[in-house]
Design a protein around this ligand. Structure first.
Ligand code: GTQ
Length: 355
């Protein structure tokens, strides 16, 4: 096919005039924007970014001195993608923040249509409550707050507790589907003994009668690190290592086998000492929280290559279709989450493993 000939100067001027005259009717010519609307491959406006916990922690501490959890409602420092400042987003679809709760504090009860995960980063003994059940937070635990469930957080121990919040806030905002309500009481009353959800759903079995208590969201409230760490250890003993991922597991909703939340898929992976991973990329942008150990991530995209040397409690984000390569000289454990369930629901998830 011959390439179309270039427009004459006269045609260009006439076209400009056409665009100007149709503009008051809110009309725009597709052919001027088509290439950007339907890109050859994803071109995320996000950039890779890294937050060193030792640099972040003093700001959490200062926030703790200047505002109470009650006044703030949620005392959180948002991890904003440097290319999306002001949007409260770490990727186009996901939100992440570090939440601090100090001894005796309560973050009051509310509910919203956004789904949340909590990944415990520092300290232990604070609780979060969902629909009448409390769970105690320990480092490395992955905890779910399902959409539209009442939740409050509290700290009745004598140390500060910090966790990573992962929410689908930008996605729900994009869909204009956000609703929220404040609870009438500061903390909800406890109606279930701690561990009830795990007792019923946490042993590869499920109650014979009764519906999924949280719809599409997993009925397991807290996936304790003790269990996920042991699962990774067992995997390392019994299976061959994956040259891209090391040993990587996805958390599941035991009732469906799918993601624990409709919009977010969390993962836990172990890179053994000496791991030098192969490069890969995927359409779902992912947020990482370093649980144990040290390592490095090489992330490359249109803006070039960056290298993050990470250790425990650091965070980083790998945007959509950016190449990631992980290494660890001494071994490490990484938690991560992405919007993969949405890509999969739409049938557009792509992954490329580069050898
Ligand atoms: O704990 O309910 O980081 O509603 C952002 C919004 C945490 C929460 C966040 C929230 C919460």
């Amino acid at each position: 096919m011959n390439a179309p000939s270039s427009p004459t100067e006269h045609q260009v001027l006439q076209r400009q005039q056409l665009y100007q005259e149709m503009s008051p009717l809110n009309l725009t010519p597709l052919w001027e924007v088509l290439h950007a609307l339907v890109p050859v491959q994803p071109k995320s406006p996000c950039v890779p970014a890294y937050w060193n916990y030792d640099q972040v922690r003093p700001f959490l501490q200062r926030a703790g001195e200047l505002i109470s959890a009650e006044e703030a409602v949620r005392r959180v420092l948002i991890l904003e993608n440097p290319a999306l400042r002001g949007k409260s987003a770490i990727t186009q679809s996901l939100y992440a923040g570090l939440q601090l709760i100090l001894p005796t504090e309560v973050a009051p009860s509310h509910r919203h249509t956004q789904s949340a995960l909590r990944f415990i980063v520092e300290g232990q003994g604070a609780y979060t409550a969902v629909d009448g059940e409390r769970t105690t937070m320990r480092p490395g635990d992955f905890i779910i707050t399902p959409s539209w469930t009442w939740h409050d957080h509290g700290n009745e121990v004598n140390e500060p507790v910090v966790w990573l919040d992962g929410l689908d806030i930008p996605m729900i905002s994009f869909l204009d589907a956000g609703f929220a309500e404040n609870g009438s009481a500061k903390s909800q009353s406890v109606t279930q003994p701690e561990g009830s959800s795990f007792a019923s759903y946490g042993h590869n079995m499920a109650p014979v009668r009764g519906d999924a208590p949280f719809g599409q969201t997993s009925p397991i409230f807290n996936y304790p690190y003790e269990k996920s760490r042991e699962a990774l250890h067992q995997m390392e003993q019994h299976t061959a290592i994956d040259p891209w991922d090391g040993f990587k597991l996805r958390f599941i909703n035991p009732l469906s086998g799918g993601a624990p939340m409709p919009t977010i898929q969390p993962f836990m992976q172990r890179l053994p000492a000496g791991f030098d991973g192969k490069a890969w990329r995927q359409t779902d942008g992912a947020v990482y929280s370093v649980v144990e150990g040290k390592g490095s991530a090489h992330v490359s995209g249109p803006e070039g290559m960056v290298r993050f040397d990470f250790s425990a409690r650091d965070h980083f984000v790998v945007p959509s279709w950016h190449t990631l390569q992980l290494q660890s000289a001494t071994g490490c454990v990484l938690f991560s989450f992405s919007d993969r369930p949405v890509h999969q629901a739409l049938g557009i998830h792509r992954e490329e493993r580069i050898s």
